[in-house]
Structures are given as C-alpha cells and as structure tokens.
Write a protein that binds this ligand. Sequence first.
Ligand SMILES: [Zn+2]
Length: 485
Amino acid sequence: MLTRGEFLRISALLGTGALLASCTPARPDYAERESASLRRLLILYTNDEHGWMEPVDNYGGAAGLARLWRKIEGHTALSPSLALSGGDLWTGPALSTYFEGEATFDIMNSLGYAAAAIGNHDFDDGLEVLRQRAAQAHFPLLSANLRQKTDGAVPDFARPYTVQTINGITVGLIGLTTTETPIDTQPAHVAGFDFIPYAEALEEVVPQAKAEGAQLLVVLGHLCNSNLRTLAPRAAELGIHILCGGHCHEETVESVEGVTIVQSGSFWHGYIRMALLFDTATGKIAEMDASLQANTKGGRDAEMAAQVAAWREQADPSLWEIIGYAKRKIDWDSLQMAALITRPWLQAYPAAQVALTSPRYVQSLPAGEISRASLLSMLPTDNELVDMALTGAQLIQVIETHRPHMGGLSESGGVYTLADGSPLDPAAVLHVLIPNALYEGGNRFSVREMDPQARYTGLGWREPIIAWVEALGSSKSHPLEEYLS
Ligand SMILES: [Zn+2]
C-alpha cells in the first residue's frame, strides 16, 4: 500500500496555496536558508499506530521507525524537530492490547513524541487506563472538543492544546477527537462526555493558543480527510497552517485553501515528513516540503528492537504458546470468521440459540500457527457477552439492518433456519448473544430498546474462543478451517 508513498509529495508555498513543481532533494531540511527570522522545523507525523511495535511483513515497526527518525531524520531531544501523533495509539496486536497501552507509550516516549491527539480507541480500556497512560506519557494527550457533560470542561487526562517553542518557532498544537467516538469505542466509557463540533472547538482555543504566543498552528485531528477538507476554509480563516488527520487510515498529502492536510495511513507503516521554513516575522510558512515516507527500507535501531523485545518477555508466557494452526488467513469479514467467533460462544452458553457480532470489531487471523496472542489480536477490545431475548421478527430486523456476523442461524433466499433445522418463527422468543458494546449502541447498533433488561452473562467474548481453539487441537494436517465449514 505504501508504494505510493514515494510519490505522495507536495512542495508548497503556503499562504497562496500555490503548489510548486517538485525539484527539491529527497529530504530538504532548509538548514542553509535559516536566518534570524526564517527558522526551520521538521515535523514527523504518524496516526492510528494501534500499537504495531513489532515488525510485520515488510514493515519495520518501532525499530524500523526509530532508525529512520534517529539516523536519517536526525530526530533527537535537541534537534529542530517535532514528532506528533493523531491518536488511536494502542488497541491492536496482543503485545499492545495485553499491556493496555503501557508498552506502546513506553516506545512512544523513546521515539520522542511531543504530543498526541486522543482517538476513539484510546477510550477502549476505560478512563482509569487512559489516565494512567496520560500520566506515563512524556507528552500531552490533546483534545479540544472533548468536554465533560457536567461542566463543559476538557477532562483532566487531556489538554485542548499545547504551546511548544522549537528552534525559535512557537508552535501551537491543538487536538481534535472524532465525534463518532461514542459509536466507535465502548459507549459506556464516554457516556460522560460531549464531543463538540470541530470548528466550534477551534474557534474557542485558537485565540487562547495565540495569546500564549503560538505562531505556527498545527491541528492533530483524529478525523478523516473528508472532515478535514470541510474544516479547511474555517481553519484557514483562523490562521491554522496544518491539519493532521487520522481515524480513516488514509494516506494523504494535499493542500486545501492554503492549509496542508496530511495523514500517514496506519500501524507505523510510514510517517509524514514535513520540512518547513517558518517566517517568524510574518507568521507564515515560507516554504514547506511534505511527503509520506515508508517504514520499510533499511535496518532496525538495535536499542529500540531490544526495548520492544523486553516487553514481549514481560507478558504472560502462555500468551505465546501455540494452540492451533490455520492454513490460510481467515478474513475478518468472512463466513469462516463468523463461525470461529459464534460457535464457541454458543457452546459456552447453550441457553442461547443465536449469536451476533459486528465484523468491524474483528481483525483477520493470519495464516500459520495460532497462539492465544493471535486470538487476542483478532478481538483487540474487551467485551462481555449479553443475552438478549428477541422475537424471531426482531432478530430478522436486527440482521437486515446491521448485517452482522451470525451463528446458530443461516439464511438462504430470505428464509432463516435455526441450527437444529427448524425455520425461524417470527413470533417465538429466542436468546441471542451479543457483545456488550453493540448492545449499548456501539457501531450504530440499535438493539437495546428491544430488550432493555437483557442479561449480562459475565462471560468474556474471547475466552470461549481461546478454549474452543485449544480443545480442537488443529494442526498442519487438520487446520482450523476444517472445523469452520
Ligand atoms: Zn479512530
């Protein structure tokens, strides 16, 4: 995907919004152009890291990135550079999820991040964990539009913005969090917050950041490009120079209304490199070169590789034990994945006849050996199974509205059949298992009103799957797929 990275580049004269033909060297740093008022800055930006610290496939993970940033970009505590993040920091592979972000933040501290936006998934483990991460971070967590319902204030673990002076440039960094957060994390975790409109938040905090001396204004937004493009004209009026995005895992370097919009993809597969020359006399960017750089080539930083490996060693060793084998990748949205998730649930909770979940909560299971960690990565958020009583008619309505993964029920030509071969009776009451986040309205599910008194079973959504896979004893000669048809 990042092969396009080499080509996503703008060399822009901002203020006029005019794009210049790019005849610049691969990594301009403007060092030779500096004067008393013209100051250079290098911004290194990533979003949606989701804790992918370890190298995967062709990508270098944190050790690859550390090498690029330290050796190639010269990013140190003293360099004229800022490393920034657009949020969704840790829900992801087992190594990150297991430690509830502690390992990821340790790595981000070492990578020298100066600020990060709060993303929707940063609420996945609850507010107490988010508070612990904020205390652990050597950088502030930012969100200007996250407000407590009680008093309208930004909560204690966040700051709306931060002002930092680097190489003579006073930089205002402002955070934004997607207004979709309540449907894209555990709804209960954010029930106490409002996510106010992006423009309204910027109108309030940009003057505050300017009053503290901020000249160069950069938004760290956990928002998709479509939102950033809509926001760009108002951002330009407010004097914002750069809108950094996230959430949609897009790869972007573009200029809208003279505002630079960037997004780096996801999973530390690459980073946005923005080298700029800032005119402190006029408050404008005199020149900027922005590009997406891939974290694929070259070596690894040995110190960072050791730091990541140390976290792996700290995890419960049983996490890495091999408990099964899949011949091919099991895709997150496949019927095989629906069977892998729902069959163990129904076996562990036989009082239910049907099980439903959203494919959007699932990551694909890679081919090859399966460990408990593989299954933790497959379902990276915590959920408890809820037992709802629904009529057959209500169940069909839920299925046709939300198109979930389902178990205990099959559909052919609009006819629904239960696992025992009997047709689904619209009037009969059935017990249906569903993860608590969906029951509570996550992923836009509207089911709670059909059974407001549903039973929380106390059963985690991963444990039955881990036990089921372990009991199967799938192997190269009898891979997991054989049990999922
Ligand atoms: Zn997100």
